[in-house]
Design a protein around this ligand. Structure first.
Ligand code: IPE
Ligand code: IPE
Ligand code: MG
Length: 258
């Protein structure tokens, strides 16, 4: 029996977000250059996308490169961009075949032209995928996203497109890069750190957190399924008390009407 058989299909997290951390330490511990860890990290992405789609998870958001990561040594940043373009072009056909739809959140304007072009092409080629949405957070940070959203909301209020009194939580969600994607139910961070590093601050308001010591390049199907099973053992109360919670309540939205 595989761990997959222990996953309750009626209580699946619809959206899993992962902070893929630990590539550098994985490589250093083995006496390799950090870049080797990033290469191995790409292999882990393939495994985890396959595993998530086998478990019928609908949305998977992977934190691949943060706004703050631009401050790393140029050599590492350039290596990561090259690796990303290479991985995208290598994987596009397979993603398409497996029904994976690629979407991207982040400040694409900061990406080098060749990386942006490769990504746009992959998004276009996979747009009909219906099995799972793989959302890549690239050049992304939550504070950047919230700042941009605030600017656009202000602009729309000034231009009379939006009335100040109509701004609700839903309006704000509509101005975020994750518009149309349900909030993550489960946030996983690999690599042993227990912090959120500027990732989906608004969207993770009620996510369940799962931290693991496993470095991202070592993360695989078994680790993902363990995290899902752990998630399924939790009670999501959304501010209520235990007695008010139905057994099946794993949905991402608190019921504000009650
Ligand atoms: C995560 O691994 C990948 C990126 C941030 C691009 P790290 O590169 O942060 O690996 P550690 O944390 O240094 O081990
Ligand atoms: C977070 O990892 C960003 C990504 C995984 C892409 P970092 O390794 O950059 O996080 P901090 O800076 O140590 O918190
Ligand atoms: Mg790190």
């Amino acid at each position: 029996m595989s761990l997959l058989d222990y996953i309750d299909q009626d209580r699946l997290p619809k959206h899993i977000a992962i902070i893929m951390d630990g590539n550098g330490r994985w490589a250093t511990n083995k006496g390799f250059e950090r870049g080797e860890g990033h290469k191995e990290g790409v292999r882990a992405i393939s495994r985890v996308v396959e595993a998530a789609s086998k478990a019928s998870v609908q949305y998977l958001t992977l934190y691949a490169f943060s706004t703050e990561n631009w401050n790393r040594p140029a050599e590492e940043v350039n290596g990561l961009m090259d690796l990303m373009v290479y991985a995208i072009s290598e994987e596009t056909e397979k993603l398409k075949k497996n029904g994976v739809k690629i979407t991207c959140i982040g400040d694409m304007a900061r990406l080098p032209e060749y990386a942006r072009t490769a990504l746009t092409e992959c998004i276009r080629q996979t747009e009909k995928g219906t099995r799972i949405t793989l959302n890549i957070a690239l050049s992304y940070s939550s504070k950047w996203e919230l700042t941009e959203a605030t600017k656009r909301i202000t602009e729309d209020v000034v231009n009379g497109v939006l009335s100040k009194d109509d701004i609700s939580e839903e309006t704000i969600s509509m101005y975020l890069t994750t518009r149309g994607i349900p909030d993550p139910d489960l946030l996983i961070r690999t690599g042993g750190e227990q912090r959120i590093s500027n990732f989906l601050l608004w969207q993770c308001a009620y996510a369940e957190f799962f931290f693991t010591e496993v470095y991202w390049p070592d993360f695989g199907e078994k680790d993902l399924y363990e995290a899902i099973i752990d998630f399924q053992g939790r009670e999501r109360r959304f501010g209520k008390i235990s007695e008010q919670i139905e057994f099946n309540n794993v949905e991402s939205k608190p019921d504000k009407e009650q």
